[in-house]
Design a protein around this ligand. Structure first.
Ligand SMILES: *[C@@H]1O[C@H](CO)[C@@H](O)[C@H](O)[C@H]1NC(C)=O
Length: 304
Protein backbone atom coordinates (compact mmCIF):
# COMPACT_ATOMS: atom_id res chain seq x y z
CA UNK A 1 0.00 0.00 0.00
CA UNK A 2 1.34 3.42 -0.83
CA UNK A 3 3.68 4.58 0.32
CA UNK A 4 5.50 1.40 -0.39
CA UNK A 5 8.13 1.38 2.27
CA UNK A 6 11.00 0.97 -0.09
CA UNK A 7 9.90 3.96 -2.12
CA UNK A 8 9.35 6.13 0.91
CA UNK A 9 11.59 8.94 -0.31
CA UNK A 10 10.15 8.94 -3.77
CA UNK A 11 6.68 9.49 -2.41
CA UNK A 12 7.57 11.98 0.30
CA UNK A 13 5.94 14.83 -1.54
CA UNK A 14 2.74 12.98 -2.36
CA UNK A 15 -0.27 13.34 -0.14
CA UNK A 16 -0.73 9.61 0.01
CA UNK A 17 2.14 9.42 2.42
CA UNK A 18 1.23 8.66 6.00
CA UNK A 19 3.19 11.63 7.29
CA UNK A 20 1.50 14.35 5.34
CA UNK A 21 -1.97 12.99 4.74
CA UNK A 22 -4.77 13.11 7.24
CA UNK A 23 -4.74 10.26 9.68
CA UNK A 24 -7.75 8.09 10.28
CA UNK A 25 -9.33 8.96 13.56
CA UNK A 26 -9.57 6.02 15.93
CA UNK A 27 -12.94 4.39 16.01
CA UNK A 28 -13.43 5.31 19.61
CA UNK A 29 -12.70 3.58 22.88
CA UNK A 30 -12.94 -0.17 22.80
CA UNK A 31 -11.52 -0.33 19.30
CA UNK A 32 -9.28 -3.34 19.31
CA UNK A 33 -5.69 -3.20 18.29
CA UNK A 34 -6.12 -5.59 15.44
CA UNK A 35 -5.88 -5.19 11.73
CA UNK A 36 -4.42 -5.13 8.67
CA UNK A 37 -6.77 -2.18 9.28
CA UNK A 38 -9.94 -3.21 11.07
CA UNK A 39 -9.25 -6.90 10.70
CA UNK A 40 -8.49 -9.88 12.86
CA UNK A 41 -6.08 -12.80 12.99
CA UNK A 42 -6.52 -15.39 10.26
CA UNK A 43 -6.95 -19.06 11.08
CA UNK A 44 -4.59 -21.83 10.02
CA UNK A 45 -4.92 -23.03 6.47
CA UNK A 46 -7.47 -20.41 5.40
CA UNK A 47 -5.01 -18.47 3.21
CA UNK A 48 -2.33 -21.07 2.42
CA UNK A 49 -1.15 -19.05 -0.60
CA UNK A 50 -0.12 -16.05 1.53
CA UNK A 51 3.63 -15.49 1.67
CA UNK A 52 5.92 -12.90 3.26
CA UNK A 53 8.76 -11.36 1.25
CA UNK A 54 11.86 -10.75 3.37
CA UNK A 55 14.82 -8.55 2.83
CA UNK A 56 18.06 -8.87 4.73
CA UNK A 57 18.78 -6.06 7.15
CA UNK A 58 22.51 -5.76 7.83
CA UNK A 59 22.04 -3.85 11.06
CA UNK A 60 19.64 -6.35 12.54
CA UNK A 61 21.24 -9.38 10.91
CA UNK A 62 17.75 -10.64 10.07
CA UNK A 63 15.48 -11.11 7.10
CA UNK A 64 12.73 -8.57 7.72
CA UNK A 65 9.20 -8.58 6.34
CA UNK A 66 8.76 -6.05 3.52
CA UNK A 67 5.81 -7.16 1.44
CA UNK A 68 3.20 -9.81 0.92
CA UNK A 69 2.74 -12.12 -2.04
CA UNK A 70 0.77 -15.15 -3.13
CA UNK A 71 1.64 -18.60 -4.36
CA UNK A 72 0.02 -19.19 -7.76
CA UNK A 73 2.07 -22.22 -8.79
CA UNK A 74 4.44 -24.42 -6.73
CA UNK A 75 7.36 -22.43 -8.15
CA UNK A 76 5.87 -18.96 -8.65
CA UNK A 77 4.90 -16.08 -6.37
CA UNK A 78 2.78 -13.13 -7.51
CA UNK A 79 3.51 -9.76 -5.90
CA UNK A 80 3.68 -6.02 -6.59
CA UNK A 81 6.44 -4.53 -8.74
CA UNK A 82 7.11 -1.83 -6.13
CA UNK A 83 8.23 -4.48 -3.65
CA UNK A 84 11.97 -5.16 -3.29
CA UNK A 85 13.60 -7.66 -5.61
CA UNK A 86 16.35 -9.01 -3.38
CA UNK A 87 14.05 -11.07 -1.22
CA UNK A 88 13.50 -14.49 0.23
CA UNK A 89 10.08 -15.97 0.82
CA UNK A 90 8.40 -17.28 3.94
CA UNK A 91 5.48 -19.58 3.28
CA UNK A 92 3.22 -21.91 5.20
CA UNK A 93 3.34 -19.78 8.34
CA UNK A 94 0.69 -17.61 9.95
CA UNK A 95 3.30 -15.78 12.02
CA UNK A 96 6.29 -13.81 10.88
CA UNK A 97 9.66 -14.93 12.18
CA UNK A 98 8.20 -18.12 13.69
CA UNK A 99 10.42 -20.21 11.46
CA UNK A 100 13.85 -19.45 10.07
CA UNK A 101 13.18 -21.38 6.93
CA UNK A 102 13.01 -19.12 3.88
CA UNK A 103 12.71 -20.08 0.24
CA UNK A 104 15.17 -18.57 -2.22
CA UNK A 105 14.16 -16.72 -5.34
CA UNK A 106 15.82 -17.57 -8.63
CA UNK A 107 14.55 -14.77 -10.82
CA UNK A 108 12.29 -11.73 -10.66
CA UNK A 109 10.09 -10.55 -13.51
CA UNK A 110 8.70 -7.03 -13.31
CA UNK A 111 6.00 -5.97 -15.69
CA UNK A 112 7.73 -3.94 -18.43
CA UNK A 113 5.20 -1.10 -18.16
CA UNK A 114 5.80 -0.63 -14.44
CA UNK A 115 7.33 2.70 -13.38
CA UNK A 116 5.77 3.38 -9.97
CA UNK A 117 2.71 2.11 -8.13
CA UNK A 118 0.33 4.89 -9.12
CA UNK A 119 1.38 4.55 -12.76
CA UNK A 120 -0.15 1.06 -13.01
CA UNK A 121 1.27 -2.34 -13.98
CA UNK A 122 2.33 -2.77 -10.35
CA UNK A 123 2.84 -6.49 -10.74
CA UNK A 124 5.80 -8.84 -10.53
CA UNK A 125 6.50 -12.55 -10.57
CA UNK A 126 9.11 -14.34 -8.50
CA UNK A 127 10.38 -17.66 -9.74
CA UNK A 128 11.51 -19.79 -6.81
CA UNK A 129 14.73 -21.81 -6.99
CA UNK A 130 12.74 -25.00 -6.66
CA UNK A 131 9.06 -25.90 -6.50
CA UNK A 132 7.67 -26.10 -3.00
CA UNK A 133 5.70 -29.02 -1.64
CA UNK A 134 2.03 -28.26 -1.27
CA UNK A 135 0.37 -29.19 2.01
CA UNK A 136 -2.40 -28.12 4.38
CA UNK A 137 -0.51 -24.90 4.97
CA UNK A 138 1.08 -24.23 1.61
CA UNK A 139 -1.40 -23.96 -1.23
CA UNK A 140 -2.22 -22.14 -4.42
CA UNK A 141 -4.74 -19.42 -5.14
CA UNK A 142 -6.63 -19.46 -8.44
CA UNK A 143 -6.13 -16.78 -11.07
CA UNK A 144 -9.23 -15.07 -12.44
CA UNK A 145 -10.35 -15.33 -16.04
CA UNK A 146 -9.27 -12.28 -18.07
CA UNK A 147 -12.95 -11.41 -18.57
CA UNK A 148 -13.67 -11.13 -14.86
CA UNK A 149 -15.70 -8.11 -13.77
CA UNK A 150 -16.18 -8.04 -10.04
CA UNK A 151 -19.49 -6.32 -9.23
CA UNK A 152 -19.31 -3.38 -6.87
CA UNK A 153 -20.25 -4.31 -3.34
CA UNK A 154 -18.84 -7.83 -3.65
CA UNK A 155 -17.26 -8.73 -0.34
CA UNK A 156 -13.69 -9.94 -0.67
CA UNK A 157 -10.77 -10.44 1.69
CA UNK A 158 -7.32 -8.95 1.95
CA UNK A 159 -4.59 -10.38 4.16
CA UNK A 160 -1.17 -9.36 5.32
CA UNK A 161 1.31 -8.48 8.04
CA UNK A 162 1.30 -4.77 7.31
CA UNK A 163 0.57 -1.79 9.54
CA UNK A 164 -2.49 -1.71 11.73
CA UNK A 165 -4.19 1.61 12.07
CA UNK A 166 -4.68 1.85 15.78
CA UNK A 167 -3.41 3.63 17.67
CA UNK A 168 -3.06 6.30 15.04
CA UNK A 169 -0.85 7.12 13.24
CA UNK A 170 -0.54 3.75 11.54
CA UNK A 171 1.66 1.47 13.55
CA UNK A 172 3.42 -1.76 12.78
CA UNK A 173 1.69 -5.04 13.51
CA UNK A 174 2.79 -6.00 17.04
CA UNK A 175 4.34 -9.36 17.96
CA UNK A 176 3.57 -12.21 17.61
CA UNK A 177 2.86 -10.95 14.08
CA UNK A 178 -0.20 -13.04 13.32
CA UNK A 179 -1.42 -12.80 9.74
CA UNK A 180 -4.38 -10.41 9.60
CA UNK A 181 -7.46 -10.63 7.42
CA UNK A 182 -10.16 -8.09 6.73
CA UNK A 183 -13.30 -8.23 4.61
CA UNK A 184 -13.55 -5.34 2.15
CA UNK A 185 -16.23 -4.34 -0.36
CA UNK A 186 -15.30 -3.83 -4.00
CA UNK A 187 -15.80 -0.16 -4.86
CA UNK A 188 -16.94 0.94 -8.32
CA UNK A 189 -14.17 2.44 -10.41
CA UNK A 190 -16.18 5.61 -11.11
CA UNK A 191 -16.77 6.23 -7.42
CA UNK A 192 -13.15 5.52 -6.52
CA UNK A 193 -11.90 7.75 -9.35
CA UNK A 194 -14.13 10.58 -8.24
CA UNK A 195 -12.66 10.62 -4.73
CA UNK A 196 -9.06 10.22 -5.80
CA UNK A 197 -9.40 12.74 -8.61
CA UNK A 198 -10.77 15.34 -6.22
CA UNK A 199 -8.05 14.78 -3.67
CA UNK A 200 -4.83 14.71 -5.60
CA UNK A 201 -5.73 14.09 -9.20
CA UNK A 202 -4.52 10.54 -9.23
CA UNK A 203 -6.40 8.69 -11.93
CA UNK A 204 -7.62 5.20 -11.21
CA UNK A 205 -6.52 3.32 -14.27
CA UNK A 206 -8.27 0.45 -15.97
CA UNK A 207 -5.74 -2.00 -14.59
CA UNK A 208 -6.59 -0.98 -11.01
CA UNK A 209 -9.33 -2.12 -8.68
CA UNK A 210 -10.59 -0.33 -5.55
CA UNK A 211 -11.75 -2.07 -2.39
CA UNK A 212 -12.29 -1.08 1.21
CA UNK A 213 -14.41 1.11 3.42
CA UNK A 214 -13.82 3.39 6.37
CA UNK A 215 -11.72 1.48 8.87
CA UNK A 216 -11.35 -1.60 6.65
CA UNK A 217 -8.32 -1.56 4.40
CA UNK A 218 -4.86 -2.79 3.64
CA UNK A 219 -1.89 -0.65 4.69
CA UNK A 220 1.88 -0.26 4.38
CA UNK A 221 3.58 -3.63 4.53
CA UNK A 222 0.58 -5.41 2.97
CA UNK A 223 1.81 -4.43 -0.49
CA UNK A 224 2.13 -7.26 -2.94
CA UNK A 225 -0.36 -9.36 -0.99
CA UNK A 226 -3.57 -10.84 -2.36
CA UNK A 227 -7.14 -9.54 -2.46
CA UNK A 228 -9.26 -12.66 -2.87
CA UNK A 229 -12.93 -13.31 -3.48
CA UNK A 230 -14.72 -16.60 -3.13
CA UNK A 231 -17.13 -17.96 -5.70
CA UNK A 232 -18.65 -21.42 -5.46
CA UNK A 233 -16.08 -22.41 -2.89
CA UNK A 234 -13.10 -21.33 -4.98
CA UNK A 235 -10.85 -18.53 -3.83
CA UNK A 236 -9.80 -16.33 -6.72
CA UNK A 237 -7.17 -13.59 -6.48
CA UNK A 238 -8.65 -10.45 -8.01
CA UNK A 239 -6.17 -7.87 -6.71
CA UNK A 240 -2.62 -7.17 -5.55
CA UNK A 241 -2.19 -4.61 -2.75
CA UNK A 242 -0.67 -1.58 -4.48
CA UNK A 243 -1.36 1.90 -3.09
CA UNK A 244 -3.88 4.21 -1.45
CA UNK A 245 -4.26 7.44 0.40
CA UNK A 246 -3.63 6.73 4.05
CA UNK A 247 -5.21 3.55 5.33
CA UNK A 248 -8.87 2.99 6.11
CA UNK A 249 -9.83 6.59 5.37
CA UNK A 250 -13.41 7.32 4.45
CA UNK A 251 -13.75 7.74 0.68
CA UNK A 252 -10.24 6.47 0.03
CA UNK A 253 -10.42 2.74 -0.54
CA UNK A 254 -7.27 0.76 -1.12
CA UNK A 255 -6.13 0.54 -4.72
CA UNK A 256 -5.12 -2.85 -6.09
CA UNK A 257 -3.55 -4.08 -9.29
CA UNK A 258 -6.39 -5.75 -11.21
CA UNK A 259 -5.12 -9.30 -11.69
CA UNK A 260 -7.52 -10.11 -14.53
CA UNK A 261 -5.78 -7.41 -16.62
CA UNK A 262 -2.53 -9.36 -16.37
CA UNK A 263 -3.55 -13.00 -16.69
CA UNK A 264 -2.12 -13.19 -20.22
CA UNK A 265 1.18 -11.69 -19.02
CA UNK A 266 1.32 -14.11 -16.08
CA UNK A 267 0.69 -17.06 -18.39
CA UNK A 268 3.72 -16.13 -20.49
CA UNK A 269 5.81 -17.26 -17.54
CA UNK A 270 3.74 -19.40 -15.24
CA UNK A 271 2.51 -22.76 -16.47
CA UNK A 272 -0.87 -23.95 -15.34
CA UNK A 273 -0.45 -26.15 -12.32
CA UNK A 274 -0.95 -29.84 -12.86
CA UNK A 275 -4.52 -30.77 -12.21
CA UNK A 276 -5.73 -27.19 -12.05
CA UNK A 277 -7.25 -25.03 -14.67
CA UNK A 278 -7.81 -21.32 -14.23
CA UNK A 279 -11.38 -22.06 -13.32
CA UNK A 280 -13.91 -24.49 -14.71
CA UNK A 281 -15.07 -23.03 -18.04
CA UNK A 282 -18.68 -22.94 -16.87
CA UNK A 283 -17.98 -20.21 -14.37
CA UNK A 284 -15.86 -17.97 -16.51
CA UNK A 285 -18.14 -14.98 -16.06
CA UNK A 286 -18.85 -13.37 -12.74
CA UNK A 287 -20.89 -10.48 -14.02
CA UNK A 288 -23.99 -11.94 -12.40
CA UNK A 289 -24.33 -11.72 -8.63
CA UNK A 290 -21.87 -14.21 -7.14
CA UNK A 291 -23.50 -17.43 -6.13
CA UNK A 292 -26.76 -16.66 -7.91
CA UNK A 293 -26.57 -18.79 -11.01
CA UNK A 294 -23.05 -20.10 -10.87
CA UNK A 295 -23.12 -23.88 -10.80
CA UNK A 296 -20.92 -25.68 -8.35
CA UNK A 297 -17.94 -27.27 -10.02
CA UNK A 298 -18.12 -31.07 -9.99
CA UNK A 299 -15.26 -31.48 -7.56
CA UNK A 300 -13.76 -28.36 -6.02
CA UNK A 301 -10.07 -28.32 -6.90
CA UNK A 302 -7.95 -28.84 -3.85
CA UNK A 303 -6.02 -25.74 -3.10
CA UNK A 304 -3.57 -27.30 -0.73
C1 LIG B 1 17.43 -2.08 9.43
O1 LIG B 1 16.75 -2.01 10.67
C2 LIG B 1 16.99 -0.83 11.39
C3 LIG B 1 16.33 -0.97 12.75
O2 LIG B 1 14.96 -1.27 12.62
C4 LIG B 1 16.46 0.34 10.60
O3 LIG B 1 16.68 1.54 11.30
C5 LIG B 1 17.14 0.38 9.25
O4 LIG B 1 16.59 1.39 8.48
C6 LIG B 1 17.01 -0.94 8.53
N1 LIG B 1 17.84 -0.92 7.34
C7 LIG B 1 17.33 -1.17 6.14
C8 LIG B 1 18.28 -1.15 5.01
O5 LIG B 1 16.14 -1.39 5.96
Amino acid sequence: HCPPKMLWLLFLTLPCLGGSGPVTPGRGPGHELVGIVGGNAASTGKYPWQVSLRRYNQTLGRWMHKCGGSLIHPQWVLTAAHCPRDVRVQMGQLRLYASRRLTEVQQVFLHPRYVFAKGGADIALLRLKAPVTLSDRVGLVAMPPASLKVPQGTMCWVTGWGDVNAPTPPAGLPPPYDLQEVMVPIVAKEECSRHYAGANSTPIKDDMLCAGSEGRDSCQGDSGGPLVCRWSGIWVQVGIVSWGRGCGLRNFPGVYTRVSSYVAWIRQYVPRSPGRSLLPPTIHSFSEPPGASVPDPPAPPKTH
